[in-house]
Design a protein around this ligand. Structure first.
Ligand SMILES: O=C(O)CC1=CCC(=O)O1
Length: 93
C-alpha cells in the first residue's frame, strides 16, 4: 500500500546541539535503510520549511505506524498521513 506522508520537524530550540546532531544522524541512517529496502521510495524536502513529503510503500497501516513511530525524530514531528488509491485515469507505466 502507498501512503503520502507529510512530516513537519519541530525540534526544541533549546535542545543540546550534540543531541540534535545525534538524533538527525540516526534519522538519516534509519530513513536510508528503509529507502534501500524499497519501503521509502520518495523523500522530498518542502522548499523553505523543515518538513518533507514522503511516499512510503508498506504492507498495511500497522507496518506504516511501526515504521513512523520508529523514526528517531518521531517525538519531534507532526505527521499527516494520506492513504493513496489507484486513480482510474492513470495510464499504465
Ligand atoms: O529532515 C526531515 O525532513 C526529517 C527526515 C525524514 C527522513 C530523514 O532523513 O530526515
Amino acid at each position: 500500500m502507498l501512503y503520502h506522508v507529510r512530516m513537519d520537524v519541530r525540534l526544541p530550540v533549546d535542545l543540546d546541539p550534540a543531541v540534535r546532531a545525534e538524533i538527525i544522524a540516526r534519522e538519516k541512517a534509519y530513513s536510508q535503510k528503509l529507502q534501500r529496502e524499497g519501503k521509502w521510495p520518495q523523500l522530498w524536502r518542502i522548499a523553505g520549511e523543515y518538513a518533507n513529503f514522503s511516499i512510503l510503500d508498506v504492507e498495511d497501516h500497522d507496518e506504516l505506524h511501526t515504521l513512523l513511530s520508529g523514526l528517531p525524530l518521531f517525538p519531534y514531528m507532526e505527521i499527516k498521513v494520506t492513504p493513496l488509491a489507484a486513480h482510474p485515469s492513470k495510464i499504465a507505466g
